[in-house]
Design a protein around this ligand. Structure first.
Ligand code: ATP
Ligand code: MG
Length: 422
């Protein structure tokens, strides 16, 4: 069985989509089933169900980048096998996300003469193609082309020119690019694991589809994905991403600090962090003791929980301070009318939302996958990225059918054949 090509989700059969989130801590494969959209008045709307997902510890990825091909391939195979077992689906093709400090933005503009006088979808495609035809350095690849505004016969500020009359159509776009080598290494790992890569997206753009509401994206929100190796900051307004940054601090930095501070092996530090960790001493139970194992579990000791939290708190303050400078240092906080959504596994650490509210001075909530039905244990911020890859691909079909009530400025993406010619 081959997946991901049945673009017409109103066809009789449900469409199956697989998303593969290759993180620094875990690789996560998510298999989603898209139910056909019913005709208006004929019953409930279509939806997306997670019919199975699987994870494997990530080896070979550091700070979002492939550092060892063989290990990454093994981790991908492990996650895919586990998702196949859970879903009963043979995964042949996946959608993947990329992130990392190599992501960059550039602005461009395109112009075309409109022959038919009335502007249609073909003219919109042509003007966006004209805008993307800028000289991108040979070592960069275009991930997304996001139109911010159209200009018809000199009249600017147009969000959707379809149906308008004019002879000259211009588009202003923002282009998101990534380092070709980083992207191609990840694609290569998937291919070596026996998978076809259907599409590569900038990961926060997909994650946002899983954790942000349409209103949040429109009114302005920050999506902060605190993973194991990196923290991705992505800012949205008017439906689209307008700024992003990647910090090379994540949950792994908290674990490292705990391992060094308490003289524990990384794995034991990781386990006590998940069990007893909290980012704020003032929110913790100062009487609470932790059961800690030393020497491969041979010795077990009870130590005060405050020893751990005294180590975690400064790291949380440092991370949130860096996030604040990225957002407020550039005045972007004024645009975030809907506040901040924290996601990623490390958002689960106790008190992160409270501390984030204090430091960022914005409303904060924790985001788990939405807009997708799944097993109870899928309802976890660590799966937001994998869920987003499935939702985004499913949403493409809806947009193609014009059924999402869609704003044309929202969600135009580029399928890139160049990834697949390795
Ligand atoms: N309950 C918990 N309390 C504290 N930290 C947690 C908890 N659960 C997971 N984490 C932390 O979340 C991090 C992993 O998050 P996630 O699975 O989102 O990372 P990833 O996607 O693999 O990495 P990245 O996005 O950086 O490439 C780890 O550092 C882990 O310790
Ligand atoms: Mg991640």
């Amino acid at each position: 069985m081959h997946f991901g090509f049945i673009k017409d989700i109103s066809a009789k059969h449900n469409r199956i989509i697989a998303g593969l989130d290759v993180g620094s801590t875990k690789v996560c494969a998510v298999v989603g089933e898209v139910h056909p959209l019913k005709k208006p008045g004929s019953g409930p709307d279509g939806g997306i169900n997670v019919i199975g997902f699987g994870t494997a510890p990530s080896r070979g990825i550091k700070k979002g980048l492939v550092i060892n091909i063989e290990q990454t391939v093994e981790s991908i195979k492990g996650a895919v096998k586990s998702a196949e077992d859970a879903s009963g689906v043979d995964i042949k093709a996946v959608n993947i996300g990329v992130t990392g400090s190599h992501i960059g933005y550039l602005s461009s503009q395109g112009v075309i003469a409109v022959k038919e006088k009335e502007i249609g979808p073909r003219e919109v495609d042509m003007v966006i193609d004209a805008a993307r035809a800028v000289a991108v350095p040979f070592d960069r690849e275009i991930l997304h082309v996001i139109p911010s505004e159209f200009i018809v016969n000199g009249q600017n500020g147009i969000t959707d020119p379809r149906g308008m009359v004019g002879v000259r159509l211009e588009a202003k776009v923002q282009i998101i690019t990534g380092a070709a080598s980083s992207i191609q290494n990840l694609v290569k790992c998937c291919q070596k694991a026996g998978l076809e890569v259907l599409d590569v997206v900038f990961q926060p753009v997909a994650t946002a589809d899983a954790v942000l509401t349409r209103d949040e994206k429109e009114l302005g929100a920050a999506l902060i994905d605190i993973g194991g190796g990196t923290t991705d900051i992505a800012l949205f307004q008017e439906g689209n991403i307008f700024h992003s940054a990647v910090l090379t601090i994540g949950g792994g930095s908290f674990t490292n600090d705990a391992a060094i501070g308490l003289r524990l092996p990384f794995q034991e530090a990781e386990s006590i962090k998940r069990k007893y960790g909290c980012s704020m001493l003032s929110l913790s139970n100062r009487e609470r003791e932790m059961e800690v194992e030393y020497g491969d579990g041979k010795i077990s000791r009870r130590i005060p929980g405050t020893h751990l939290i005294e180590i975690l708190q400064p790291r949380a303050e440092e991370l949130l301070g860096m996030i604040k400078s990225e957002i407020s240092g550039r005045g972007f906080h004024k645009l975030l009318n809907s506040g901040v959504v924290l996601t990623g596994g490390a958002a689960l650490m106790g008190g992160m939302d409270v501390m984030a509210e204090n430091i960022l001075e914005l409303p904060v909530r924790i985001g788990s996958p939405m807009n997708i039905e799944g097993p109870a244990d899928f309802n976890n911020p660590a799966y937001a990225a994998g869920a987003g890859l499935v939702i985004r691909e499913a949403g493409e079909s809806l947009t193609e059918q014009g059924l999402d009530g869609g704003n044309i400025l929202n969600g135009i993406k580029s399928k890139m054949s160049c990834w697949f010619k390795l």
